[in-house]
Design a protein around this ligand. Sequence first.
Ligand SMILES: NC(=O)c1ccc[n+]([C@@H]2O[C@H](COP(=O)([O-])OP(=O)(O)OC[C@H]3O[C@@H](n4cnc5c(N)ncnc54)[C@H](O)[C@@H]3O)[C@@H](O)[C@H]2O)c1
Length: 424
Amino acid sequence: MCFANKGFKVTGIDIDSEKVKLINMGKSPFREPGLDELLMKALGKRLLHCTTNQEHALEKSGVSFITVGTPSLPDGSIDLDFVGAASQSIGEALKKMNKYHVVVVKSTVTPGTTEKVVKPIVEERSGKHCGSEFGLCVNPEFLKEGSAIHDMLNPDRIVIGEYDKRSGESLEKFYKDFYGESMPPIIRTNLTNSELIKYANNAFLATKISFINTIANICERLRGADVKVVAKSIGLDNRVSPFFLNAGLGYGGSCFPKDTKALIAFSKSLGYMPELVEAVTKVNEAQPFKAVDLAEKLIGNLKNKRIAILGLSFKPNTDDLRNAPSLKIVNFLLKKEAKIIAYDPKAMDNAKKIFGVKIEYASSAIKCIKGADCCIIITEWDVFRKLKPGDFIKHMKKPCIIDGRRIYNTAAFLDDTKFMAIGL
Ligand SMILES: NC(=O)c1ccc[n+]([C@@H]2O[C@H](COP(=O)([O-])OP(=O)(O)OC[C@H]3O[C@@H](n4cnc5c(N)ncnc54)[C@H](O)[C@@H]3O)[C@@H](O)[C@H]2O)c1
């Protein structure tokens, strides 16, 4: 949609006909700030069209981006079935094309995939040679869900892994046309480096999160310690930077959990055990359960207690529940026979598909906390930040609050409510 809104003619291809139908009707299949407006504009200008017909779509295009999912197999390694299928379709379509076309792998793939999986499939299906008859690049995506459009329009850098110079130059030209004056720094390198850069990037960010959660777990055992003060101070060190240093209930989403696992499996396949990354995932797997520990410390046995859950999506400004810490927390609370009522500003429909009638759903934060024995903040939505101690005192059975994302003013809450927080 960003490409289309800058004047490029874009065809979106998906095998999911429901998604295609929705997008062509002007309805985004997921929630992302600003996306619906961009979609309407792109459709209005007739610059975007979606289809399930791959051959027809590729015919007139100069560049195609593979953006299919790369989920985890049961052993954590990457599942390349979707990438393989997309490569086949691109190859079939290329067979009938006479002009030079660049194939770009934007999906996150382990090093070697583009050269050893995508290239041979496209060559075999198209009967054409990579390099002379079509180009091939890796162009990892670094956007964050919740600010995807902003990140797409203002990236820190563009990474282009190129099979050969012509491929890289074609893609660089495309981005120069797209970004114009505000062209970000560009890194041009080989296919392997660019594939590894994406994994290294995500593993580093995941490491920062698990690191600060480790410090938080130390703080909780240390009278007077507060991870928020510690994080703010170390974040001011330019060598550290303040980003991804918020202690909480762990990272989730469709990328960090699967990409750290894929990096571990890939590294093991090379004969090297990446112990640091393993520790990062281990810390993260345990972190959501802290919410339940703290609730038990605050109100005792949770059986038949009414627990209000504020926030279900893996982060604010998205309706994405993939690997969200809330899933583990709610399931653990259910095991403890707690009664759960939940509210999320955007993820309610997705939550209902997962939890069904096992939990209750509220239509606002205030309705959610009404009559509850304990409230757990799982996602740091702005609307929850606005709640004051008085709101919890007025509406809950007893104001017992677990701040799982450190969104509240500790002093004010400690004065007036029963309050526990990660890293405090
Ligand atoms: N979600 C993010 O924030 C993010 C950020 C950076 C990178 N990535 C990477 O981008 C890739 C896609 O992630 P996602 O979250 O959008 O995945 P997704 O599963 O939400 O979307 C992938 C889409 O591809 C479609 N698809 C599958 N096979 C196809 C085929 N053969 N032809 C056409 N369409 C096909 C699916 O139907 C689906 O709609 C992954 O590799 C991910 O790691 C995602």
